[in-house]
Design a protein around this ligand. Structure first.
Ligand code: XMP
Length: 324
């Protein structure tokens, strides 16, 4: 794609002009945007970039390992992997309100990131003056058009809040003019693996907002299993790439079922899938009933703790994509 290769060249020049001989820190989330930003910046300034991956324990199964392997082993990009799972889960214990969840996660994220940034600043190579973010064009528009409104909290984890000012850092945002499909094209241009580039968007607060009510280790495990089966069925049906986002939600509601000769009393799992181009509006995906039946049967048979599956047929607006 010639336009993307032109963009790549120009973006690299712009990063070099902005950063000069300075150092850049980049927080990786496990998602496409921060990954593409990091690889692009690495191409521009090499080891003057250090990546920090704060593992909050709210990712899907295997994702943290994938990020570490990709960046450290494949791209050879300096990466600090902060294993903060305990810290986050403890702070979230008993927290039920979605906004309190987001704020708790956002605050811990900033504190953890800041602590790592200080260590990096003390490594003898000078303090980083720049903070990289994978901000996209729709993020820019959303925060302008809803300034002070919901986007402020929606994105509270997405960017690192007041960190740039607190640490006296300037922002590097090489994807500010791009839409999601363009970021994916750029990721391919930069040689990121297809499985990574084509991945559905994933919210900063992760599984915490797909587990309405209080979060426990056990609930997260149930949710990870159900989600993996659902996505496996979607891939087998060849639908992964036509869907913008698909995920399972573990409801804090238990219902009665039959299991063998006995009675079960387990959680309800809701399935969500939407089409969209930028996440600002979305339509629920019209699966055929045979698909839904297959996914439901597998989840109930294979995931202990779930005995009922429902499908969410709400579009955005009036719903949001996530349940919290
Ligand atoms: P909603 O649920 O607002 O989501 O329709 C729109 C898009 O944003 C993602 N999302 C978030 N991303 N931090 C994020 O980084 C958040 O707190 C957050 N909440 C929602 C959501 O997955 C969808 O892609």
């Amino acid at each position: 794609d010639w336009t993307m290769s032109a963009f790549r060249g120009e973006a690299i020049d712009a990063i070099r002009r902005q950063v000069g001989s300075g150092r850049v820190l980049c927080g990786l989330s496990g998602g496409v945007d921060s990954a593409v930003a990091a690889v692009l910046i690495h191409e521009a300034i090499g080891d003057a970039l250090t990546c920090v991956f704060v593992d909050h324990g709210l990712l899907r199964g295997g994702e943290a390992e994938e990020v570490v392997t990709l960046f450290r082993d494949h791209y050879n990009i300096p990466l600090v992997h902060v294993e903060a799972q305990e810290l986050f889960l403890q702070a979230l214990e008993g927290v039920e309100d979605p906004e309190v969840k987001r704020k708790t996660i956002g605050r811990l994220f900033i504190e953890t990131f800041e602590e790592e940034a200080k260590k990096i600043a003390a490594d003898g190579r000078g303090a980083p003056q720049f903070l990289a973010q994978g901000t996209l064009y729709p993020d820019v528009i959303e925060s302008v058009s809803f300034s002070g409104g919901p986007s402020v909290t929606i994105k509270s984890h997405h960017n690192v809040g007041g960190l740039p000012e607190r640490m006296n850092m300037k922002l590097v945002e090489p994807l500010r003019e791009l839409f999601k499909d363009e970021v994916r094209a750029l990721g391919r241009e930069l040689g990121l693996p297809e499985a990574f580039v084509g991945r559905h968007p994933f919210p900063g607060p992760g599984l915490a907002i797909r587990c309405p009510g209080g979060i426990t280790r056990e609930k997260l495990e149930i949710l990870r299993k159900a989600d993996a089966i659902y996505l496996d069925e979607i891939r087998k049906a060849g639908l992964y790439d036509v869907i913008w986002q698909a995920f399972a939600v573990l409801l804090p509601v238990r219902t009665v079922g039959v299991m063998g000769d006995g009675r079960s009393y387990d959680h309800v799992c809701a399935l969500r899938a939407v089409t969209s181009t930028d996440g600002m509006t979305a339509d629920f995906y019209p699966f055929d009933m045979a698909f839904l039946g297959r996914a439901a049967t597998r989840i109930i048979n294979e995931v202990r703790g779930v005995n009922r599956v429902v499908y969410d047929v709400t579009s955005k607006p009036p719903g949001t994509i996530e349940w919290e």
